[in-house]
Design a protein around this ligand. Structure first.
Ligand code: GDP
Ligand code: MG
Length: 451
């Protein structure tokens, strides 16, 4: 048995600072390199524990978990769409999440979306109120803890920030969450911590790292236990063409060990299973080596979870993002398990109802789950753009029941050849990239139809 690093995802509205926060964490940990530095993965960055200890010092000295876990594993593809494709059977791939808000801008559509998704997957999270350096009169203390920088601000600035925090508390309350500024939280199990930070100046980032370790200790110790000799389990982030390598896939391994020449099973967009053999496992070269090498990747013989890797193997073209990646094993019928997984999402559909289309397995799962919670019947659910067949079938459904002539399309397009079919039909399309907004529009439409 081994304890792996908790996988941490950063979510929030566009421009609220996800990338800047991850960059700051990476930069500050590179600066603290004497303690081990960071490991750059595909789609992730791992910050080792001694580095975190170096940065956080007293803030985490009492936490037992810091001696157990190897570090924090930050997913580098932030955003809620990425979050939903970062799935594993029965839940989110991320063990913890950071919901980032611009303290001057407040809640936005993607903030609500992120909250809904965190609620649905029951992922423990903290809220980060970013860009405090933009508050009127804020005096910057680069890299300081929030406590330190806050205590050095003018009274009026402190008051201004607190007012903004209370707006966030109020908004979270409406969404069903109790919350408080982190240093006023009395019960970490029932209250969400809000940490004011500046991703730009690093103020408060110490507390973000410390609080993530605290959450890991509180909720995750069992979840993080892995068998480092077991066949690997992972999730596909992306399928990518690489010069010299052909079509490759980027994946996060969250359990077990993956080795070159392992046979792996993956899901295809046709909803069949592909079995293929790993030709090579690759990880980006460290920066120093990248400079004097034409190569971008280093070959590895094996990796143990948690790891972000690129895999080169034959026949990857039609693998779908969000697909499970499983090493074949003698004890379990992995291929059947993968088929069951897609069936769980798509087959449990009714004879009558609407059609759901989405871009990845994870997003499809999220939309289907939300629709079921709303008691909306689903006739079919699949991955991919809206095509001619979808429109024909929905027209037939419309003729039987107008309410069933709807297509919910998340993060997908209408196939160019089918636009005209759609316009000439009675079929109603609800599309976009914020699930709850699509569903709100759909409900509004249902209401109008029923009147
Ligand atoms: P993302 O879309 O959530 O990844 O947001 P980015 O990290 O790209 O940030 C959007 C913009 O806000 C960029 O111009 C950043 O420089 C700026 N920004 C992010 N965090 C801060 C902050 O803490 N303070 C200030 N002043 N600007 C910030
Ligand atoms: Mg970004």
């Amino acid at each position: 048995m081994k304890i792996r690093s908790p996988i941490v995802s950063v979510l929030g509205h566009v421009d609220h600072g996800k990338t800047t926060l991850l960059d700051y964490i990476r930069g500050s940990t590179i600066a603290a390199k004497e303690a081990g530095g960071i490991t750059q993965h595909i789609g992730a960055t791992e910050i080792p524990n001694d580095t975190i200890e170096n940065i956080c010092g007293d803030f985490i000295s009492k936490l037992a978990i810091k001696d157990l876990i190897p570090g924090l594993f930050f997913i580098d593809t932030p955003g809620h769409a990425a979050f939903t494709s970062l799935r594993k059977r029965g839940g989110a791939l991320a063990d913890l999440a950071v919901l980032i808000l611009d303290v001057n801008d407040g809640f936005k559509p993607q903030t609500y979306e992120a909250l809904n998704i965190l609620k649905m997957y029951k992922t423990p999270f903290i809220v980060v109120a970013n860009k405090i350096d933009r508050l009127f009169g804020w005096e910057v203390h680069e890299g300081a803890s929030f406590r330190e920088t806050f205590s050095n601000q003018a009274k009026s600035v402190q008051q201004d920030l607190d007012n903004k925090i209370y707006e966030i508390v109020g908004e979270l309350h409406k969404e069903g969450f109790q919350s408080e500024r982190f240093d006023r939280v009395s019960n970490f199990a029932s209250q969400i911590s809000i940490i004011p930070i500046s991703a730009k100046t690093g103020e408060g980032v110490i507390e973000v790292l410390a609080m993530l370790l605290g959450l890991a200790q509180e909720y995750l110790t069992e979840q993080l236990e892995i068998d480092e000799n077991a066949p690997a389990k992972g999730t596909v982030l992306e399928i990518k063409e690489e010069t010299g390598l052909g079509v490759t896939l980027d994946a996060i391994i969250y359990d077990g060990v993956l080795r070159t020449n392992d046979e792996i099973a993956l899901m295809l967009s046709s909803e069949d299973v592909l079995v293929t053999k790993i030709r090579s496992i690759l990880r980006p070269l460290p920066l120093e080596e990248m400079r004097d090498s034409k190569k971008k990747f280093r070959k590895l013989d094996e990796v143990v979870a948690a790891a972000g890797i690129k895999v080169a193997a034959p026949h990857l073209d039609d693998v779908v993002s969000g697909s499970p990646l499983r090493v074949l094993s003698e004890d379990t019928d992995v291929e059947q398990e993968i088929l069951n997984e897609i069936d769980n999402i798509t087959i449990d559909t009714e004879d009558e109802g609407i059609l759901v289309k989405a871009d990845t397995i994870g997003s499809l799962e999220a939309v289907v789950k939300l629709l079921r919670e709303m008691d909306i019947p689903i006739r079919a659910a699949d991955i991919g753009d809206v095509n001619r067949r979808d429109i024909i079938n929905s027209s037939i459904a419309y003729d039987e029941n107008e309410l069933h002539g709807a297509i919910i399309a998340f993060n997908v397009d209408v196939h160019p050849n089918s636009e005209e079919d759609l316009n000439n039909s009675e079929v109603k399309l609800f599309s976009g990239d914020v699930i709850y907004q699509i569903l709100e529009e759909y409900e509004e439409w249902v209401k109008q139809k029923q009147e």
